[in-house]
Design a protein around this ligand. Structure first.
Ligand code: NIG
Ligand code: FE
Length: 386
């Protein structure tokens, strides 16, 4: 196995709880990679020799971003819907059906090459672990093939047949399909099951039924909840002890209390609020109430078509009053926790060799220099390249 030492790192973010502070910073550091894993972390002066050496030249190194929420399997474009929204139209779940029609009409090869392009775009911006949902097929065949496509790119695949009810079906019939034949076809390709629990999509009882059926098929639950309105979705996620509930934009005091008591992670997706002109979730209030907060992109053609975790960090800091350290931790270590992963999001011996070299002296630049491409290098599973 080839070893590589990345040395002269001005500021290393480890997220290692054994080290001091939220980010476990090490200055004047080095990291040794042995194949796909991190072998050693410490002061550059003490670094062991390795087969190859990379000089970070005083720049910062961070763990690769963990994007725990994306919808990359789709075809078509909704820029006209975005333009209409920017001139006064509200965002509604109804736009999803436009993408469903385009996705069903696309070939497997078209879907695969589109996902490949978006995954490459994400990796070039420092994302090394990625969750991908289905949800634009909404038929047995199209949900199963969406997940089969997603599986080519990540193990973190999520069955979101319960995204919206397709135009030609009643809600009752559709929930029966999702919890029956569609689940059966999707489950072999998925690790997770998700429901869009919202007015205009699925109510709490329907979400409960879908998550229960998924659990019976061995899928772990997650939920889109409280994105557009107040409702019972977040409390359902907490009651069921789900690892994460995503969006969390419209929260009552009872929702916040349920999150802090259950330990369910609130995954905030500020790119959505940025792209829909909705109010941002109260990240500060959640963190101060003891809730664990993750950040993810929600990359999708409707509510938020960004693949940039750095943008999400900048928005979290500037619009949601998270500190730069909290935001980076949320986009790496807590993102990993939201996928129930402890092998990524942290740079310590034995963890995945997933890291990002920044064209900056400090991680703070991710928020301080919004919109600027700061990724100078990416290693994923020890493999270098953008
Ligand atoms: O997470 N909220 C539900 N699903 C996506 C948006 C889907 C779309 O508009 O195409 C989301 O925001
Ligand atoms: Fe989403």
């Amino acid at each position: 196995m080839t070893t590589t030492v990345i040395t002269r790192i001005g500021e290393l973010v480890t997220n290692d709880p054994e080290r001091e502070g939220l980010l476990g910073l090490v200055h004047d550091a080095a990291v040794v990679l042995d194949g796909a894993t991190v072998a050693w972390v410490g002061p550059a002066a003490d670094a062991p020799a390795a087969d190859a050496q990379v000089d970070a030249g005083g720049r910062a190194v961070i763990p690769g971003f963990v994007d725990s929420h994306s919808h990359l399997v789709f075809a078509g474009d909704r820029s006209a819907e975005f333009e209409a929204r920017m001139t006064g139209q509200p965002y509604t779940a109804g736009g999803i059906r436009t993408t469903v029609a385009r996705t069903r009409a696309a070939s497997d090869d078209q879907l695969t090459s589109h996902v490949a392009r978006l995954v490459a775009e994400m990796r070039a911006q420092g994302t090394t672990t990625l969750e991908i949902k289905s949800g634009y097929g909404l038929s047995v065949h199209d949900e199963a093939r969406s997940l089969a496509v997603a599986r080519q790119f990540t193990e973190e695949t999520t069955f979101l047949g319960a995204h919206v009810v397709p135009a030609d079906t009643s809600p009752e019939d559709y929930v029966e399909l999702v919890t029956g034949p569609m689940l059966e076809a999707a489950a072999p390709h998925a690790r997770w099951i998700d429901v869009f629990c919202e007015d205009g999509a699925f109510d709490v009882d329907q979400a409960r039924a879908v998550l229960a059926a998924g659990a019976d098929s061995g899928l772990r639950g997650r939920l889109h909840a409280n994105q557009l309105t107040y409702g019972g979705g977040v409390r359902l996620a907490c009651e069921l002890g789900l690892v994460a509930v995503d969006h969390c934009t419209f929260l009552s005091d009872a929702d916040v209390a349920a999150l802090s008591e259950s330990g369910t992670i609130a995954t905030l997706l500020p790119g959505v609020e940025f792209s829909t002109r909705q109010p941002y979730p109260d990240a500060r209030g959640l963190i101060d109430a003891g809730v664990r907060v993750a950040l993810a992109s929600d990359c999708n053609p409707g509510s938020c078509f960004t693949s940039s975790m750095a943008l999400c960090i900048a928005l979290a800091v500037r619009e949601m009053r998270m500190s730069p350290a909290e935001a980076l931790h949320a986009a790496t270590a807590t993102g990993a926790a939201a996928l129930d992963r402890d092998d990524v999001g942290v740079l310590a011996p034995g963890k995945a060799a997933d890291l990002v070299l920044l064209e900056a002296p400090s991680y703070v630049h991710l928020a301080y220099r919004p919109g600027v491409p700061l990724v100078a290098g990416v290693w994923q599973g020890g493999r270098p390249g953008l």
